[in-house]
Design a protein around this ligand. Sequence first.
Ligand SMILES: *Cc1c(COP(=O)(O)O)cnc(C)c1O
Length: 454
Amino acid sequence: MTHKNPQTREWQTLSSDHHLAPFSDFKQLKEKGPRIITHAKGVYLWDSEGNQILDGMAGLWCVAIGYGRDELAEAASQQMRELPYYNLFFQTAHPPVLELSKAIADIAPEGMNHVFFTGSGSEGNDTMLRMVRHYWAIKGQPNKKTIISRVNGYHGSTVAGASLGGMTYMHEQGDLPIPGIVHIPQPYWFAEGGDMTPEAFGIWAANQLEEKILELGVDNVGAFIAEPIQGAGGVIVPPDSYWPRIKEILAKYDILFVADEVICGFGRTGEWFGSDFYGLKPDMMTIAKGLTSGYIPMGGLVVRDEVVAVLNEGGDFNHGFTYSGHPVAAAVALENIRIMREEKIIQRVHEKTAPYLQKRLRELSDHPLVGEVRGVGLLGAIELVKDKATRARYEGRGVGMICRQFCFDNGLIMRAVGDTMIIAPPLVISEAEIDELVAKARKCLDLTLSVLEG
Ligand SMILES: *Cc1c(COP(=O)(O)O)cnc(C)c1O
């Protein structure tokens, strides 16, 4: 490949000589060389070749308030000068972590007033697993250990995170899942609903939770964890019947419910949390990504008051991270939340841009390649198929990857999960930018189709 900018080649050489990239085929990346992103502003990225790219994925679902907000840089810089680091281990605290805990309690669902901080979403879920088991042990039910999760859910990439997740290609490496984690089917009607109506399939998928609880025995089940809408699995919006039925099951059995809000949290659905969108009552919520708009790493676990009351009786919780509640990350998160509230960013998503994006995206349904368009808030998915009526795929053609490459080459970041194209743009995207996104998406669908027909 030829480069306009000689530095691109230099950076790619550094990559192939020294860098091991996450979720990558090291050898293939060595040969191809990564695209080098050099700067960003609003919803746009620029690469080292000078190409301007509309970021339809908000980084990795995280850049809620958009790129280039000086206020966050300022908050980090001020905090670094004042107190760049101190730990929270030995009965100490610092103002940013305390103020942030309060700010999160203010926006979290009612009765969720405490936060345990981590460095990432994965660590949030590791914390959850240990806290759930500790909770039941304190209550004299140490056998309530098993955590029920879902096939094709995503809960991170640490050992516990990848085990909780239901990605078989992750389980295959590293002998996962670890014991005490089981998976039930996902509510993915388009791919797995067969001849059932979405409604009936949603009930069936939800009932799998009850069957699993009964199979294991409720005395052995600690918690059920789920994303309100599966993100990395392919923006899987469950049928309308799913969450109401899950709520009935959760009300019937004495287990904890954990909402993994790492993607849905902080406005993605047009509400503060996906749990608000679906009216769920989690006992714990994992958070990360939008918490700091990705400007600095931070995650956490928001915990319901009744759970905290039990933990208060349990002595030391022997768990924590050097960077739990890092003051600079906390200062950035606080500023991020302040901006979201003051600029009414989520309100605008709810009232204007989410309805607009959903309407414009659905116009792509008329495209010959498109089997379904779905989405909620500023999350969207486009299913690429060979046959709209039967939902049959172009098997073995790698259609999603072809489309993704066209997107890259035409100035749009849209991710492919198999043959499902997904988007999650920054929450600050404007209507004009949505028009640009949809126009580029249509163009790339056309280009993809021409390859398949050619
Ligand atoms: C990204 C993600 C995680 C993991 O967060 P990291 O910060 O990458 O560890 C966990 N759960 C969900 C739903 C995610 O999307």
